[in-house]
Every structure is written in C-alpha cells, then in structure tokens.
Design a protein around this ligand. Structure first.
Ligand code: AMP
Ligand code: MG
Length: 338
C-alpha cells in the first residue's frame, strides 16, 4: 500500500513539474511610437519572457528616439531637417541604412513611397499636435511639394546633404516597421521561438502559438469589425495602411494622412492596403507605397517580389488580392456580404 502511495506521489510530482514547464502567453502593453504596442511571448520560462519583453521595448523606444521629428530628444534626422544646403550631415548608422532602404522602395513603388515628404506632412498636420479640421490651400500644397523629392537629397562620402533648405525627411511610414523588427531581434537573441509584436495593428510574428498558428485579424476600413484573418505559423510580418487611421471629414470629403507625392494631397485609390513580408520594415513601407500606387501597378510589383503578398480594399470597398494572399486570407461574413 505504502509503495503505491509513493508511486502515485511521484507521478503527481512529475505531472506538476511538467505543468510548470508548460508554455503559456506572457503579455505586456506599452504606449510608444504613437500607438499601443502589445508584446506576447509564448514560452515556459516566465522570467526569461518578461526580461526579453523589457529589452524588446527598450530597443523599440531607441528606434523612436532615433527617428522622431517631435519632442526634445536630439537625433540626426532632426539635424538633417534643420540643416542648410551647404552642410553635410552624418546620419546615425540605423538612420542611414533605413534611408537607403527607403530610397530603394521609393524606386520600386515608382515614387509612391517617399521619405522626403516631411514639409507636406507637417502642412497637413496629421502627426503630432492638434488634429487639423480643414485642408491647406493649393498654394501651400505647391509650396510643400517644392520642398520634397528624393532627387533633392544627396549621399556624399562624409554624409548627406540637400539641395534646398526646408526639405524634411519623414520616416513615419517605415520606422515603426524597423522598431518591430528590432523588438523581434531581441526575442531571437533571448532564444525565444514563439512571440508576436503588435504595434497598433502592424504585426510581426515569430514561430507559432505552440501547436496552433497565430491568428491575425485584418480591420475592415469602414466598420468596427474584422475584414477577415490570416493564420500564420512562421516568421512573417503583416502591416496595414488605411485612410481610417488619421483623418477628418471636410465638406463630405475624407482627408487622411497618406499623401500622394505627385499631388501633395491624400491618395484617393484605396481605403486600406495590407502587406505580408518577411520583415516589418518592408511590410510597413510597402503598405504605404501600395496605398498610393495604382492597384494594377501595385499588383505587378507584388507578384514580382519574393515573399510579398498584398490585399487592397479599393475606394469602392472591393477586395483585391495577390495570388499568394488568396490562399491564406479568410474573409469574414461581414466582408462577404459587401
Ligand atoms: P503608414 O501609416 O505606415 O501608412 O504611414 C503614414 C505616415 O507616413 C504619415 O503619417 C506620414 O508621416 C508619412 N507619409 C505620408 N504619405 C507618405 C508617402 N507617400 N510615402 C512615405 N511616407 C508617407
Ligand atoms: Mg507604412
């Protein structure tokens, strides 16, 4: 009898030791990069998971500090933006690398993605400060257009210079992606294999959710519900750009924060564009670029790019998908009825 009790105790101990090793979700939420950032780590080691989340958040905050054009913090983006055409500015290594990547995506998207729209973005006033209520005058828009253009910045041996004073770099459409990638890098350095970083709907996934894939909802651009979802069980990023994120209505027309570099005004072709790519940096930049670019040109580009898929919700609320997206996107009933 005694022997059985001992045996039973052993098995129970074994089970409880085993269950304390079982993976579970550890979550933390921070406000940074102008949005709510949610970290989820699926792991058995709580101490490790929470430490990794702290470090990932710190790495993401460092990206915000390096790229922000607001607040008191000094960075090389502000130095460049304030510089005169005679000055050569040495950008921080991360800033220079992201600028080169941004110029590359500018070329791929036929100019639709443009990191030199700082003056125009400020004119429209969607980032920082009081939200606007009326659109700027045509005269001010053409003034803003004059102070933009990738052809007006130059890479020299010692750094970067601009042809016209007043030209401002703006990484608002790509730096959040870089921050997410840096956060995921930290998770990898900690040896974590299952995690997700969600920065206001812009997501990168590491591994899967144990035996399950992660399920990522895509927002409906006009309803407080999901358009559909994607199930992801591998390292991937999913980022959406939409005209519902920052906007106001004026005389029945919607004015939002994604500008067409050709007109200097909010792009009019789409309500939202979702991009899947290996990194959040690429997905972030491409979702903004494809939002501006015509759907046909955008589709041609996506079909050519390895590992990239996209979903467009056009101004008519019609959904269009690249070939790979069709195989993984589950449309919700609400969106179906449209
Ligand atoms: P996202 O939400 O990633 O689409 O980025 C939008 C933000 O990027 C805006 O708030 C601006 O700061 C900036 N932006 C607006 N239009 C463009 C554009 N055509 N190319 C690059 N950045 C842009
Ligand atoms: Mg973007």
């Amino acid at each position: 009898m005694f022997r059985y009790i001992v045996l039973l105790g052993f098995i129970l101990l074994g089970v409880s030791a085993c269950s304390s090793q079982q993976s579970q979700d550890f979550k933390e939420t921070r406000f940074m990069l102008g949005t709510i950032v949610e970290f989820t780590v699926y792991d058995a080691n709580e101490t490790l998971a929470l430490k990794a989340i702290q470090q990932a958040a710190a790495a993401m905050q460092a990206v915000e500090d390096e790229f922000t054009t607001y607040g008191q913090v000094f960075n090389t983006v502000k130095a460049f933006n304030q510089a005169q055409p005679t000055e050569v500015i040495q950008l921080a290594p991360d800033v220079e690398a992201l600028l080169l990547q941004a110029i590359n995506i500018h070329e791929q998207t036929l100019g639709a993605f443009d990191p030199t729209l700082g003056e125009l973005n400020q004119l429209w006033g969607f980032s920082g400060g009081q939200p606007p209520t009326t659109p700027p005058s045509k005269q001010k828009i053409s003034h803003g257009l004059h102070y933009s253009g990738v052809e007006n910045i130059r890479h020299l041996n010692k750094g970067w210079t601009k042809k016209i004073a007043g030209l401002q770099l703006d990484f608002g459409a790509i730096a959040k992606g870089l921050a997410i990638d840096k956060g995921i890098e930290v998770f990898k350095q900690y040896g974590l294999e299952h995690a997700i970083i969600n920065a206001g709907g812009d997501i990168r996934v590491l591994g899967n959710h144990g035996l399950q894939p992660w399920r990522i909802g895509i927002r409906h651009p006009r309803q407080a519900t999901a358009l559909g979802w994607i199930e992801v069980g591998q390292d991937l990023s999913v980022v959406t750009s939409g005209d519902y994120e920052r906007f106001y209505m004026y005389r029945g027309q919607r004015y939002h924060h994604i500008l067409d570099p050709k007109t200097g005004e909010p792009a009019t072709q789409n309500m939202s564009v979702t991009v899947i790519a290996e990194t959040a940096t690429v997905a972030d930049a491409l979702s903004t670029g494809l939002f501006v670019l015509g759907q046909k040109q955008g589709m041609d580009l996506v079909e050519k790019m390895a590992g990239v898929e996209a979903l467009w919700v056009g101004k008519d609320q019609k959904i269009r998908m690249s070939s790979g997206m069709k195989t993984i996107f589950h449309i919700s009933d609400v969106a179906h009825k449209k």
